[in-house]
Write a protein that binds this ligand. Structure first.
Ligand code: CU
Length: 127
């Protein structure tokens, strides 16, 4: 019984400390557009602890608009430790994700689909 309780406690601990997704109300809304020209804005300044709603709109077709393929459009991927991704954002579509910015530092975000060809990279600064 005690062992089960300790296991539950450690699972909750991992969940609370390791997960940046949240159901809290956002403190900040960040609207981003992505195209073959890159992200706009490509520098985002946030405070540690902010709950941030990222709304990412694709303004062109990215790697393609064949929606029968596994990959199309653009992405918004924040590298670890955030390690979250919005995938397959179609031209004209907005996808959103809400995160609690628990890690301070500088974090690259990119489109894994097209960043080898287009300048789809940016930086989030959390202080
Ligand atoms: Cu892209």
């Amino acid at each position: 019984m005690r062992k089960i309780f300790l296991t539950l406690v450690s699972f909750s601990f991992i969940f609370l400390t390791g997960c940046t997704k949240t159901e809290d109300q956002p403190d900040v809304i960040v609207d981003i557009e992505v195209s073959k020209e890159g992200y706009r804005p490509d520098k985002i300044y946030l405070n540690r602890g902010d709950v941030v709603l990222f709304r990412v709109k694709a303004v062109d077709e990215g790697i393609g608009d064949d929606y029968s393929q596994e990959y199309y459009g653009h992405c918004f991927y924040i590298l670890p430790p955030y390690d979250v991704m919005l995938e397959n954002i179609k031209k004209g579509e907005t996808k959103q994700i809400k995160l609690k910015m628990i890690y301070p530092g500088e974090f690259i975000f990119t489109c894994p689909y097209c960043s080898g060809v287009f300048p789809t990279k940016g930086t989030i600064y959390v202080r």
